[in-house]
Each structure stands twice: as structure tokens, then as C-alpha cells.
Ligand binder design. Structure first.
Ligand SMILES: [Ca+2]
Ligand SMILES: [Ca+2]
Ligand SMILES: [Ca+2]
Ligand SMILES: [Zn+2]
Ligand SMILES: [Zn+2]
Length: 1003
């Protein structure tokens, strides 16, 4: 008895619109349903329903909710899934039997069910369709977050992302006694899925998004329209601004008890005035005694509409239907002309004040408020602009008991802001006329706004107005004014005791470590923890004056949350009591974490902070380690023809300018394809590049690395462990003197083509596709956050109640509980232990996704986008320290300057590697303007100095006028932590780096 109503055709026919009734407006009624959630997704929702009344056998009705694959586009990711159902039971409170045994796909949902109206609503019990003798009965509406119950499908091809399977048939089993006069009696159930499809369409050269940005708003509760209550009305808000060019909405009603022979009228208005009501449908609810999911398509909203009032009443009909609602969903394309995911009307007050007055009346004052009444932040005053792509990043950080701080260095923020500001034009903005195709750096900026509280504020002379022009923009433009800031919260690290308990007494996984944060429960606990900013971020309870989440909920669709933590809560593969030294983690969405506390100086170098921040920020823009390519496949990491910090080749060492300056940047061009089987030396990468080529070659082939005894890589470039038989490879930087030629095998000759595992992933013969990050990035996912209630990557290794690991169906992903979660002391105790994200672990069933704010979760954000597995089946997290050490940490930016005067000589200066603290440097000199096998063989060791020295003067007698000399430096480093011995390196001896850039001086 499938009662899902087929989609209505149309835009509404003109004839129907003429019916728009000018009936007298009833007094403005209270909303029949409550605001539940709003989403901003590059996708939409799907709703299906099934009627169940009187179908029970042995106390239970079983039905099938069927999602046709045609209802969801290929490549969609599910971001939310809610089951609604209605059961008639005793009034006052539902009898326990109304829920007992409730199942979705065979999983118990009775304990996670959320009762939507605490007093129930009138049952449509009498045969006439109106409320009859049901005084002892009530209709109860329930909701459950069922996202976790959909199976994950791991494709056979590991280069394809994991899918969460939601299409097909889903069985629902609910209490129903079958007979027409027995309780409980379930009317039916409906399923709402919210999905997204990220990115831009390669078939249009990335000019058009695959799907536009839509808002989906969900309202729910319990409401019965009958002879006592002859109208259902609800004003839907939370979408803020419908598209001005295509203001059509979809709307679904989950409604029970409709009868074909009793009529009703559905109307909608964008102005809250009944005079503007447009008829949507006459008598659409006719499922008789069942339940239906009725979807209306192409509802005409007014251009730029900000709210929509839906009214259902009998119309002019004398006979009226008794109808019971549990949910209404609506979606529409929203107005975001610069494609940054932030609506025009949120970015600028002018967009609001210029509305037609009848539309402005629905939001009569500025600033706009979210559906809970909380004012939205004043983004215009922060410098955001509806015609410029903006990225707002709320930054919080942990601080150690010994005084170390994870507040990112100002230079790290500046480097990220500069890279994004100077990006090339995005094709979508060129197509829409917001950028010129040949825009110079800074003329088609991505304006990043770091909310770091009162840190790094510009001088008083700074004017925000200077930020609009490329010629006057400075990195000060990237700092949110302190008066508008909510970020920059310092959070003390908590210690996991030797016996494995946090200070608040919760079990923790990493004994003796502080500041370890799990992804994503622990992360979310920090983000959403209620704090009182005026009291230095002290814990408080929501509802108290001055108490709000660290990242206020009204920023959830506007700001990305960046937590600079000490370490990521994933266990080391070799010792589960120790966290991995992973640099960070992020999802294609709104959340990222940088975790460099187990790196140098407990904070990582400023360069690594910036590089990792841009890398993780890139993941929130849906960029991947191998770039985004037209086929949608996950391409390998470490591709030489992908010059981006997304690529592990460049995250550690940076992208080198011809002068050897390590730079933080994303890929700005599509380089030609590169084949590991045909590496042409004379043509190299096949195009001019802003940065030097980098690749891997056998150490035995490279005359320089053989002679200098460079330590071969101890990891494959993608972070996976070396396998028996893996040859010893080293990382090589291109010599700008040879460009465009590349000496792929490092033998000092430019000749022929080479065949080698140039990305050092253990897979020979690959072909690599170039990728332009700025063309493929998608800024519109800012509001996408994985639901903690969903089953995704962050399973723990430990069940806090039993101390044992969860069993299947939990996927065997390693992980650890967040130490710093501090459940009770963060004021979350009112939600209960399970609510705080332990449903991630698979053993809580309290409908978590309903409580938190990581609503927009989804099944898959965590792992398909993190690239192919590294050394674990699912490779959690990003580049780790061991891999970083193995990627070759040569000295940087070597300069050679001839000194004038009596003594003369050549002054040499360089900077330290970005990872690792050198023990010593060796500086070499060859005669000539370049390095060749011949002059290299005659090289002179100019100096062997301590690792603290970064400048020397060469006053050798061989330095003679009118001759050129070329210098290079190498570093000696201690063995990397967590090093795994390989045939080429024993993890005991010091490491020898590869060479710095070559610096030539002519005397
Ligand atoms: Ca925008
Ligand atoms: Ca903008
Ligand atoms: Ca390869
Ligand atoms: Zn720390
Ligand atoms: Zn990554």
C-alpha cells in the first residue's frame, strides 16, 4: 500500500494561478509545526512514504520505503536521513507499546525515537474523517535519525569513493495491532533524505556547478486539522533568500488520514499576506486511512523570497478532511551570485534593504535572524562581499600546560590569505561576469577572513575599504575585526592520566598524552561546547546569559571551523596506546583540524602550520591529494604534474620558486598528462610552471644523491609503508637552469625518455592527469558537516562502557576517543553521555544527529575525500610526521652574494628545513654556473657547521674574478620519530637530506 504521491507536474498552470483566492485572511495562526533544521546543499531532498494502518500482523506492520535510483543523481552523497512515523496510542502519553519493536532496516529505533509533540494530537478516528470518539486516544508523531543504518559500499576499485547506499527498498516495522479498533495503530512512515553533489561540471570546463546551491528546511511536530481546527498554517523560514532568477520551491507534506472524498486546499505565499496566497493544489491528500508523502513541484515563490507561509484549509468546500501532519519539507535554489556558499542577503545589508517592500516586511529589521531568532553575524562589516568569493574561518586552538600554544603563527595565516587572494579566476565567475578571464593575481580574489578573536589585529590606521582593490589589499584584510569576532578561543589541553581517564573521569585512549582530539566527536564537542566569552571562555550552560557555543550555531552555514589541536585521536598502527603524528584532517565541508603538536617544537614550524592549514582548507573546498579530475576518480598522491600543497610532494617542502623559496599555494593550471612509462626529459612537465618540478627517482640513478649519500625515503610518498622489493628512491627538485627539461632519472644527462615510479607510490606505469585547484574547488560546501549520528570514519577502538572495541557492523577503522571531550565539564551532561557523539562509536542510539549542530552530516565526507588508503585499510588523517621526514627536508632558499672589499669572498645564507631540527649543515661549491656530473665530481666542501648556523662566508683562495661558482647545501637530521627501518635506512643513523636549491654567483 505505497501511498507516495507522484511529483506534481508543472510549473503550476496559469489557469490554476488565476484561482489564487482572495479569501479573507484568517487571523495569523501560530505555526502548526516547529522548525527542525535548515540545510544549504548543492543538492536537494527526496521524500518517500508508506501507509501502514491496519496492516499489522502479530502486532507489527511492515512496509517498504523505496527510493528509486532515478530520484537521486549519480555521485550524490547523503547528508541526512530522517524517518518520520505516526502511531495512534493512548492519550496523555504514548503507551510503551507504541514504540516497542520499532525497527528500520532491522535496527531497533525505539530508543532513538524523538517524540515530536509531547501531548499528542487528535486522532482522525471516526469513520467520517473527523475527530470522533477518540477521547482516550491520540496520534503521536515520531522522528529518528536513520542515516547510520544505510550500508556503506566499498567499491572494488579503491580509487573510487566509498558510497552510502540509500537507493532501493528499506523495510520499516512499526507497532500495529491490525484490527480497526485496537491500539497501537500505526498510520505509516515517511523517509526524508538530504543529498548533495559537489563540484563543477567538467563538461562545461567547470563553468557550471553540477547542482545549484539549495536550501532545504525541515519543519516537524504533530498537528491535526479537523472539525475543531480547520486550518493548518506554518511559515517556513531558514532559507533566507530564494533565487531571484528561478524562485521555485519543492515542498513535501508527510500527512496521514487524507480521504479522497473530503477536500482541502493548499496555498502558499512569500509575503505572509493571505492576499498574496497562491493555490498549490486542491484535494491533494487522499490516501484514505494511510499515510502519504506528497510532493509539490515548482511552487512559484516571489524572486528573492525570504519566507514562505503554507496554509491548508477546506477552501470553499463544505466537507473537510481530517489530516495529521508530522513534517513539512521545502527546498529552493538560493541566491548566491558569487558561489561562495554564503547568500547575497547574508553578505550585504544592501541586498536586504533593496528588497521590494512587501518582501522586506517578512524580515522587517536588520540583521536577519536564524529560525531560532538568533541574529546572523554582520558579514559586510567583516569585509565579506556578495560579488567576491569569501571564506570565513573560525579559528580556535589548544594550549598546553607547559605554556605552548597552538595559535597559528601570523605568518601562517598570511601565507594562506595571500595564496587565496592571488588565485587565478574561477571559470564559474568568468562565466557569470564577476571576473575577467585574464584577471591578474589579486583581481579575482578569494577573500579569506580569519576569526582569531583579538589576535593579530591590524593597526588603527587600517581601513577595511582598502581591501577591495588588489593594489591596496594587505594581509591585514584577512583578520576579522575583534569587535565582530567569536573565534580565537584558547582551550586548555587536558591530560589523559596514566590509568586512562580524563580529568572529568571519562575513559581516554592515549595515556599520558594531552590535547588529543578525536575526529569527529571530540572535535565537535570543542566546536559546540557552550562557553562564556566574557568570562574567558568558561564553561556554562546554554540558556544562561552570555553562554553560547564556541562557534555560535548561527554561523554554521557561513563559517568554517578550524581547530588547532595537539594531536589527532587515531592510534598509531604499531602502538595503539599512542596517537599518530598526523598533521591534520578535514572533510569536504565546514570542518578542519590541524594537529602538529607531535611535530617540531610541539607546534610545528610556522611554514607547516600554514601549509597544513591551506591543505586542510583545500579539503573543505573538496580538493583531493591527486587533484579533482574530470573522471571523478581519486588520482594518486604525489603527482609531479599537480603543483599544489594538496599534494604530499609539496605540503612539507612547499612549492619552490626558481630562487628556492618555499611557497604555500594551490594548483593554478592544468599541466599536461604525465606517464610514468614515458617521461620525456627534454620536455619535462610540458609547460611553463610557476614552481620547480619535483619528483622521485632511484637513488642509484641520481649521481648527486649517490655521491652525497642522501637517505632514501623511508615511506612511500603517499604515506604508505615500504614493501619488500621497493627500490630505494629519493626526492629530487628540478634545476631551473634546465627548464623546461627535467632530468627525471637524475643522471646529469638530458636525453631520451625514462620509466620510473616518479610519484613513488609503489605502482609503476601510472598516468597522471593535471588539475587546476582554482577551477575545481567548491566553496559552497561550507555548511556541510558530518552528522555525528551517522556512521562514518570516526569509530573508536574502545567502548567507554565496556572497554572493548565495537563489533561489526562498525567498519574496522582505527581511532581513539577524544581525550579533551570532557563530557561533563563542558556542560553537555544535560544531553547525556551518549549524546555527545558516542553514537559515532556505534553503540548509542539516542538520535544524536537530532541534538547537535553537525546536522549536515553524511556518510562519506570523511573518507573518500582523504584519498586512497595509506598504511591502514582506511587511512585516517593526513600526512604524518614520519612521511614528512621521508619526503626530504633539505635546506631552503640558499643565496650566494659576492662580498666587496679587501677580503672579498661569498656570503652564503639559507633557511632551515620545514620539518625536523638539523644537527649540521654541509655547504658545497662547484665551479661553473650550473651543476654537472663533471664539476660535481670535483666539488669542494666549503663548510660543515652546526644545525644552528644558517649563514657563512666562503673566503677560499679559489674564488677568482670573472668566474662563476655554484653552491648547494644539505642537512644532517636525527632519525625521524616513528621511523620504520627499511633495507636502505636503519632508523638509527642520522639522516642526510637531499640538496637545497643551487645558488650561483659570478665574481
Ligand atoms: Ca555569496
Ligand atoms: Ca562573497
Ligand atoms: Ca607510481
Ligand atoms: Zn599542545
Ligand atoms: Zn589531505
Amino acid at each position: 500500500m505505497l501511498r507516495t504521491t507522484a511529483a506534481r507536474p508543472g510549473p503550476l498552470a496559469a489557469g490554476v494561478l488565476l484561482v489564487a483566492a482572495l479569501v479573507a485572511a484568517p487571523a495569523r495562526a501560530a505555526d502548526a509545526l516547529n522548525y527542525f533544521k535548515n540545510y544549504f546543499v548543492t543538492g536537494d531532498y527526496v521524500a518517500v512514504g508508506v501507509g501502514l494502518q491496519h496492516t499489522g500482523v502479530n502486532g507489527f506492520a511492515t512496509g517498504t520505503l523505496t527510493v528509486d535510483p532515478a530520484q537521486i543523481p549519480p555521485g550524490a552523497e547523503v547528508v541526512a536521513a530522517y524517518l518520520y512515523w505516526q502511531t495512534i496510542s493512548s492519550s496523555g502519553a504514548p503507551d510503551p507499546s507504541a514504540l516497542q519493536g520499532a525497527k528500520f532496516k532491522g535496527n531497533d529505533i525505539s530508543k532513538m525515537a524523538v517524540l515530536l509533540s509531547t501531548s499528542g494530537t487528535a486522532p482522525c478516528w471516526s469513520s467520517g474523517g473527523a475527530t470522533g470518539g477518540g477521547g482516550s486516544k491520540a496520534t503521536w508523531s515520531f522522528r529518528a535519525d536513520v542515516q547510520r543504518f544505510f550500508p556503506r559500499v566499498r567499491p572494488a576499485n579503491p580509487n573510487q569513493p566509498v558510497q552510502v547506499e540509500v537507493t532501493g527498498s528499506h523495510t520499516v516495522t512499526l507497532p500495529d495491532m491490525g484490527g480497526s479498533n485496537q491500539l497501537p495503530s500505526t498510520l505509516g512512515a515517511g523517509l526524508i533524505l538530504v543529498y548533495r553533489v559537489t563540484g563543477y561540471d567538467p563538461a562545461t570546463n567547470y563553468q557550471r556547478p553540477r547542482m545549484p546551491l539549495r536550501s532545504v528546511v525541515l519543519y516537524d511536530g504533530g498537528f491535526t486539522m479537523n472539525n475543531l481546527t480547520r486550518q493548518m498554517q506554518v511559515t517556513l523560514q531558514g532559507f533566507y533568500e530564494a533565487s531571484r532568477s528561478s524562485p521555485f520551491a519543492r515542498m513535501t507534506h508527510f500527512v496521514a488520514d487524507g480521504q479522497a472524498n473530503k477536500t482541502e486546499r493548499v496555498q502558499i505565499t512569500s509575503t505572509a499576506s493571505a492576499a498574496d496566497n497562491r493555490v498549490v493544489a486542491i484535494n491533494p491528500f487522499n490516501a484514505n486511512t494511510g499515510f502519504e508523502a506528497t510532493t509539490f513541484e515548482n511552487l512559484p515563490l516571489e524572486p528573492g523570497a525570504m519566507k514562505a507561509t503554507v496554509t491548508v484549509d477546506p477552501g470553499g468546500s463544505g466537507s473537510f478532511d481530517c489530516l495529521s501532519w508530522s513534517s513539512v519539507a521545502m527546498s529552493m535554489v538560493v541566491q548566491d551570485r558569487d558561489g561562495d556558499g554564503i547568500l547575497d542577503v547574508q553578505e550585504s545589508r544592501t541586498e536586504w534593504s533593496s528588497k521590494p517592500s512587501r518582501l522586506a516586511s517578512v524580515y522587517p529589521s536588520w540583521p536577519l535572524t536564524d529560525p531560532t531568532g538568533a541574529p546572523l553575524p554582520d558579514l559586510g562589516a567583516m569585509g565579506l562581499d556578495p560579488d567576491v568569493q569569501d571564506v570565513l574561518v573560525h579559528v580556535d586552538y589548544l594550549t598546553g600546560a607547559d605554556g605552548h600554544s597552538h595559535l597559528p603563527a601570523k605568518s601562517a595565516l598570511q601565507a594562506v590569505a595571500t595564496a587565496l587572494h592571488n588565485g587565478p579566476p574561477r571559470p564559474s565567475l568568468v562565466a557569470s561576469g564577476l571576473c575577467a578571464a585574464n584577471a591578474a593575481p589579486g583581481q579575482c580574489p578569494i577573500a579569506v577572513h580569519f576569526d582569531v578573536g583579538s589576535n593579530y589585529q591590524p593597526p588603527p590606521s587600517f581601513r577595511l575599504s582598502s581591501c577591495a582593490s588588489a593594489s591596496t589589499w594587505t594581509t591585514d584584510c584577512a583578520i576579522v575585526p575583534a569587535a565582530l569576532a567569536k573565534g580565537g578561543n584558547a582551550i586548555p589541553e587536558a591530560l589523559c592520566s596514566a590509568s586512562g581517564f580524563s580529568p572529568s573521569g571519562e575513559p581516554c585512549a592515549f595515556k599520558g598524552f594531552a590535547g588529543v582530539v578525536g575526529w569527529k566527536s571530540g572535535f565537535r564537542a570543542f566546536r559546540d561546547a557552550p562557553v562564556n566569552r566574557a568570562q574567558g571562555g568558561a564553561a556554562c550552560s546554554l540558556g544562561q546569559t552570555g553562554c553560547e557555543p564556541r562557534m555560535p550555531r548561527n554561523r554554521k552555514d557561513i563559517a568554517r571551523y578550524a581547530l588547532f589541536a595537539h594531536a589527532l585521536g587515531y592510534a598509531s598502527p604499531t602502538d595503539p596506546s599512542v596517537p599518530r603524528k598526523t598533521s591534520g584532517i578535514a572533510e569536504c565541508g565546514g570542518d578542519l583540524m590541524v594537529s602538529l603538536g607531535l611535530w617540531d617544537f610541539q607546534t610545528g614550524t610556522a611554514f607547516m602550520q600554514g601549509s597544513t592549514l591551506l591543505h586542510e582548507l583545500g579539503h573543505t573546498l573538496c580538493l583531493k591529494h591527486g587533484g579533482v579530475v574530470a573522471s571523478g576518480a581519486l588520482e594518486p598522491n604525489c603527482k609531479p604534474n599537480y603543483q599544489s600543497v594538496m599534494n604530499y610532494l609539496f605540503q612539507v617542502r612547499g612549492l619552490l620558486t626558481p630562487q628556492g623559496v618555499p611557497t604555500i599555494d594551490l594548483s593554478k593550471q592544468v599541466l599536461p598528462p604525465l606517464s610514468e612509462s614515458a617521461l620525456a626529459e627534454s620536455t619535462g612537465l610540458g609547460a611553463a610552471t610557476p614552481y620547480l618540478p619535483r619528483w622521485f627517482a632511484p637513488v642509484s640513478a641520481s649521481y648527486i644523491d649517490t655521491a652525497l649519500a642522501t637517505t632514501p625515503a623511508t615511506r612511500r610518498c603517499d604515506g604508505s609503508r615500504l614493501q619488500p622489493g621497493d627500490p630505494a628512491f629519493v626526492r629530487i627538485d628540478g634545476d631551473p637552469r634546465l627548464l623546461p627539461a627535467v632530468d627525471w632519472n637524475g643522471d646529469g644527462q638530458i636525453a631520451g625518455t625514462d620509466t620510473q615510479d616518479v610519484n613513488y607510490d609503489g605502482v609503476p606505469g601510472q598516468s597522471f592527469t593535471g588539475s587546476n585547484d582554482f577551477a575545481t574547488m567548491d566553496l559552497r560546501q561550507v555548511g556541510a558537516r558530518r552528522a555525528v549520528g551517522s556512521r562514518a570514519m570516526s569509530y573508536s577502538v574502545i567502548d567507554p562502557t565496556t572497554g572493548v572495541a565495537p563489533v561489526p557492523p562498525a567498519p574496522a577503522v582505527g581511532g581513539g576517543l577524544s581525550l579533551d571531550t570532557g563530557f561533563s565539564d563542558l556542560g553537555f551532561s544535560d544531553l547525556g553521555f551518549s549524546d555527545l557523539g558516542f553514537s559515532d562509536l556505534g553503540f548509542s542510539d539516542l538520535g544524536i544527529g537530532d541534538l547537535g549542530f553537525s546536522d549536515l552530516g553524511y556518510g562519506e565526507l570523511g573518507y573518500g575525500d582523504l584519498g586512497p588508503p595509506t598504511d591502514e585499510p582506511l587511512g585516517p588523517g593526513d600526512l604524518n610526521l614520519d612521511t614528512a621526514g621521508s619526503l626530504g627536508n633539505a635546506p631552503n632558499f640558499l643565496t650566494a652574494v659576492a662580498l666587496k672589499g679587501k677580503v672579498g669572498g661569498v656570503q652564503l645564507a639559507w633557511s632551515a628545513p620545514n620539518v625536523g631540527v638539523p644537527i649540521a649543515y654541509q655547504v658545497y661549491r662547484v665551479e661553473g654556473a650550473s651543476v654537472t656530473p663533471t664539476n660535481f665530481a670535483a666539488r669542494a666542501l666549503v663548510a660543515n657547521v652546526a644545525g644552528t648556523v644558517t649563514t657563512i662566508t666562503d673566503i677560499s683562495q679559489v674564488l677568482k674574478n670573472n668566474r662563476a661558482f655554484t653552491y648547494f647545501a644539505v642537512a644532517t637530521l636525527p632519525p625521524p620519530p616513528d621511523c620504520t627501518p627499511t633495507p636502505a635506512y636503519n632508523c638509527v643513523d642520522n639522516q642526510q637530506s637531499s640538496v637545497s636549491n643551487f645558488a650561483t654567483v659570478t665574481l
